[in-house]
Design a protein around this ligand. Structure first.
Ligand code: SAM
Length: 294
């Protein structure tokens, strides 16, 4: 891997809300390029870093961003849906904090070559975990008209879901759709409202969510995460679109009603103007925090 670019979002807020105490344990369940983890370790925390993308872990191991020999850091390839098992196997039970910084990294979007971005012409793939079978190529070329319509509508909130699915099914009968450019192009050619975002943005989001089962794994991890926390431990979740944010909000409300703790953020935290001016990706970031009770 030549280039791993990723600026951590809401970095100061994450550090402030994690309330890091030297020698205590933290799980960074989406370690990515290690930006948040580095600051947790600098503040004296011990970190278990998890990511399902082996390229991200390779970067963290190979570069000087984090000192891999540092005893304060353990790195594991895995999916955070298995957080309980991964934590238990690595002696990270009763942790003081858990961070989930959802979605894809700038590296995955811009340099991984895995077809996450409309801006590059790459093979349709979108798997964060390269060992998984289902790829964007399979979704686009084998899913039924109805299934495509549903994922575009429910995971992309795309109003033209049916029309786009129709066009995909029509064109793939002639020739398999294999690249991001072909997919983005066929959507671009359909009538669409002029918006700030590219007309294929929602469809790309929907396919990525489907390929990586993103909403299901998020629903699964929040309760398990709270169980892993020590009393007064906190779970912080940074989401990048309304579907994720709604799941986090509702899960935290449910945990509160069940008497498991307190929602610390009445409203989600967002980036300051200063951060927005430096990092475009922080525009859609929303962070919610839950603190476990006694
Ligand atoms: C936004 S990036 C994290 C960036 C990181 N906080 C940093 O500062 O560099 C999200 C990372 O989470 C990983 N990821 C997403 N969903 C995951 C899951 N269910 N299990 C494990 N890792 C996941 C992605 O592969 C990606 O590397």
């Amino acid at each position: 891997m030549t280039n791993f670019n990723h600026t951590p979002v809401l970095l100061e807020e994450v550090i402030a809300y994690l309330n890091i105490k030297p020698g205590k344990k933290y799980i960074d369940a989406t370690i990515g390029g290690g930006g948040h983890t580095k600051r947790i370790i600098d503040a004296g925390g011990l970190v278990l870093g998890i990511d399902q993308d082996e390229d991200a872990l390779e970067f963290v191991k190979q570069t000087q961003v984090l000192n891999i020999k540092n005893k304060a850091l353990k790195i594991i390839k895995g999916n955070f849906k298995d957080i309980e098992e991964i934590a238990a196997e690595n002696g990270f039970d009763a942790v003081d904090g858990i961070l989930l910084d959802l979605g894809v990294s700038s590296y995955q979007l811009d340099s991984s070559g895995r077809g996450f971005s409309i801006r590059h012409d790459e093979k349709l793939d979108m798997r964060m975990d390269k060992e998984k079978e289902l790829s964007a190529l399979d979704v686009v070329n084998t899913y039924s008209l109805q299934k495509l319509t549903d994922i575009f509508y429910f995971f992309g909130e795309e109003h033209n879901a049916r029309q786009i699915a129709d066009e995909i099914v029509r064109l793939r009968k002639k020739k398999e759709i294999t690249t991001t450019k072909e997919l983005a192009g066929l959507i671009e050619r359909l009538p669409h409202r002029s918006e700030e975002i590219h007309p294929a943005t929602r469809v790309f989001q929907a396919i990525r969510i489907e390929v990586n089962n993103e909403l299901e794994v998020l629903r699964n991890v929040l309760e398990k995460g709270v169980q892993l926390l020590a009393p007064q431990g906190r779970i912080l979740v940074i989401s990048f679109h309304s579907l994720e944010d709604r799941i986090v909000k509702q899960a935290f409300e449910k945990l509160k009603k069940e008497g498991k703790g307190t929602v610390i953020t009445k409203k989600p935290l967002t980036a300051t103007n200063e951060e927005l001016s430096k990092n475009k990706r922080s525009r859609s970031a929303k962070m919610r925090v839950f603190e476990k009770g006694n």
